[in-house]
Each structure stands twice: as C-alpha cells, then as structure tokens.
Design a binder for this molecule. Structure first.
Ligand code: SF4
Length: 82
C-alpha cells in the first residue's frame, strides 16, 4: 500500500526529505488525548481507542511524533517505511 502523508515537522524521527512521513502508520488525536497518554499508546492500538471530538484543527496533534534522536520511536511499535 502506498502512503502519502505529508508533514513539515522536521524534528520528528519519522520525518524525511521532501516533507514526507516515513512512519508505516500514525495516530492523529486530540491535543487532550495526546497530552494525557503515554508514548506506548499510539497507532498500533488505534482499533482499541475511543474516538473524540476536537472542534478545530488547532486541537489535534500527531500522537506518533517522536523527537529526532531520542530513541523513543522504539516505544510506540511504529516502524519506518524508508
Ligand atoms: S510521525 Fe507525525 S509528526 Fe512525525 S513525520 Fe509523521 S506525521 Fe509528521
């Protein structure tokens, strides 16, 4: 399956040149959810999670974001595609 997630957050472990996301899956969540859940709660658990209302785009975030070089990308179970 081809993937076309574009992202301009270039300090993320999954960010690649051309403003591409190299994660094999991501979880977009409300800011409230993102701030309250540990790193291990991510895209790999998506089917178990309860959907929520955000209200505006300003209240959503990429839960899969991991600071580049932090080695935290091993916690969420998400893999790099390229
Ligand atoms: S995981 Fe999220 S923040 Fe990181 S590159 Fe992909 S879309 Fe952007």
């Amino acid at each position: 399956m081809s993937q076309h997630i574009h992202c301009i957050v270039n300090d993320c472990e999954y960010w690649k040149q051309g403003n591409m996301c190299a994660a094999n899956e991501i979880l977009v969540a409300t800011d409230k959810f993102g701030a309250s859940q540990p790193d291990k709660v991510d895209a790999t658990m998506a089917k178990q999670l309860t959907p929520q209302n955000a209200g505006t785009c300003m209240e959503t975030c990429c839960k899969t974001y991991v600071p580049k070089g932090s080695n935290k990308h091993t916690v969420d179970g998400v893999n790099k595609l390229f």
